[in-house]
Design a protein around this ligand. Structure first.
Ligand SMILES: Cc1cc2nc3c(=O)[nH]c(=O)nc-3n(C[C@H](O)[C@H](O)[C@H](O)COP(=O)(O)OP(=O)(O)OC[C@H]3O[C@@H](n4cnc5c(N)ncnc54)[C@H](O)[C@@H]3O)c2cc1C
Length: 455
């Protein structure tokens, strides 16, 4: 029996038509150099089906590209030659929320925003907050170790995963730990699978650590007349030992673009804004606010505005989260980069980005989780236009090489995928890279799991 017939014996939830394959040839990362169609798209309903499919693919040397919502920026869900797409959309149940032990057990395709809506009812909280949390999933976030504005205070996805059920390349099912908050019994296998971009195993269940929901949130929009003062202020806040829950930077171009497509009253004549959120008990937030105002005033803030209530607070965040789609209205393609620089070098990186944007005449919007040194320059361009395409290629090379020269790393939360592999050797320790390849070889000797992505 041929491979596709055997696949359909495991599940009938398989797409095979050519027109369907085109839909899954893309993800949020921009225009692939070469269009590759998968052989099939399969929708497993449970761990057993995932295991049987992995085993079948392994025997037949067929690659598996795991896919959740396909919103990654790194080409992580793009098909490769001779592959199937394993789409996890049918594994989307919240299995249990355990209020006493502060854990949630979920299937991989639970949407982060939906999980938090359920947790909210119990005054609980799962902090990792990628800007597209209304659609992005726990499985995708774990595979990429996603983060967001709140990473500054709360850490990113890796800090909230305590146990995983994973299907290995040959179909073996493993549990990496136990459903308890602390466990140093044996190696930390959970960490191995967080951020591995689906190259080491297929996540079929996750146990997540929860925390109590902060009682109060207070958002301050702090504006500056120049971008450099804003970045210097970030450093001043960090040096003062003060940890707000978010410390996000947005430049004037991004402010204007958000206001154009999703108006929410941001000050468009200001060169930069910091979105600073404080959270915790009401009394401590009030106290921290006084300290914060003092730092902001001393550091050339030209306007300090507080969100009036939770609704306004949420509207501002919604607008900030809409930045990518707002930029997408300007040009056919928007490419989001994800560089992490040492916090002391944020100014240098921002200046270099602006210089290269002018040199290569590419529309550039700068934002990022400045508290972590995680800057997202967004480039709006038309990749069908050869001049723009070449200019962008040169811009990216110069920017990445500059970033690496000041001690940056290639990704803080979006992953490597297909997009950044050419710079890996400049950043990874040579022996560590060899060890990573040995681990991949040990777990997936036929290289069928997300073949050609990440390391
Ligand atoms: C507008 C926008 C804003 C964004 N903002 C942020 C942000 O603030 N922070 C951030 O970190 N990211 C951000 N992202 C990037 C991305 O959406 C997130 O990283 C997200 O976590 C990916 O989720 P997804 O469900 O779409 O996963 P997908 O894109 O489908 O998959 C992501 C990776 O996980 C693998 N994978 C998926 N499911 C599994 C599984 N069950 N087992 C094994 N591997 C699996 C895939 O192969 C792929 O490599 C943003 C993207 C967009 C479009």
């Amino acid at each position: 029996m041929n491979f596709l017939a055997e696949l359909q014996k495991i599940t009938k939830d398989v797409l095979l038509k050519k027109e369907d394959m085109y839909v899954y040839a893309f993800d949020t990362s921009q225009n692939p150099e070469k269009l590759i169609l998968p052989l099939a798209v399969v929708f497993p309903k449970n761990t057993q089906e995932v295991s049987k499919i992995a085993n079948l693919c392994n025997k037949n040397n067929i690659s598996i590209v795991p896919r959740a919502q396909g919103t990654n920026h790194c080409g992580g869900t793009r098909p490769v030659e001779n592959c199937i797409i394993m789409h996890f959309s049918k594994m989307n149940k919240i299995i249990n929320i355990d209020n006493d032990n502060l854990i949630a057990i979920v299937e991989p395709n639970v949407v982060i925003g939906d999980l938090n809506k359920e947790l909210d009812k119990l005054n609980l909280f799962f902090p990792p907050d990628p800007s597209n949390l209304a659609v992005s999933t726990i499985g995708g976030a774990i595979a990429l170790c996603a983060g967001g504005p709140r990473t500054f205070k709360y850490g990113n996805t890796k800090d909230y995963v305590i146990n995983l059920e994973v299907v290995l390349a040959d179909g073996t099912i493993i549990e990496t730990s136990k459903n308890i908050a602390k466990n140093v019994t044996g190696y930390n296998l959970t960490s191995l699978f967080v951020g591995c971009e689906g190259t080491l195993g297929l996540i079929t269940k996750a146990t997540l650590k929860l925390i109590p929901k902060p009682q109060t949130r207070l958002l301050t929009m702090c504006y500056f007349d120049d971008l450099i003062s804003a970045t210097k202020c970030v450093n001043a806040i960090i040096k003062s030992g003060f940890i707000p829950s978010t410390l996000d930077l947005i430049d004037n171009f991004t402010i204007k673009t958000i206001e154009k497509f999703n108006p929410c009253g941001l000050l468009i004549d200001k060169e930069a804004m910091l979105l600073i959120e404080l959270d915790g008990f009401e009394a401590s937030v009030k106290y921290e606010l006084e300290i914060l105002k003092n730092i902001l005033e001393k550091n050339d803030a030209s306007s300090i505005i507080q969100a009036k209530n939770d609704i306004e607070n949420e509207n501002i965040w919604k607008a900030r989260r809409s930045a990518f789609s707002a930029l997408s209205q300007l040009k056919p393609n928007v490419i989001t980069e994800d560089i992490v620089v040492p916090k002391s070098k944020i100014v240098d990186f921002v200046l270099k980005t602006q210089e290269l944007s002018k040199k290569y005449n590419i529309i550039t919007a700068i934002m990022g989780h400045a508290g972590d040194g995680n800057i997202h320059p967004n480039f709006a361009l038309d990749l069908e236009n050869e001049t723009e395409k070449n200019n962008f290629k040169n811009l990216k090379d110069e920017l990445f090489n500059f970033a690496i020269s000041i001690g940056a790393t290639l990704s803080g939360e979006h992953g490597i995928g297909k997009q950044k592999q050419k710079y890996l050797h400049k950043v990874l320790d040579k022996n560590a890279h060899i060890l990573m390849k040995s681990i991949k070889n040990l777990l997936d000797s036929k290289d069928i799991l997300n073949t050609g992505k990440s390391i």
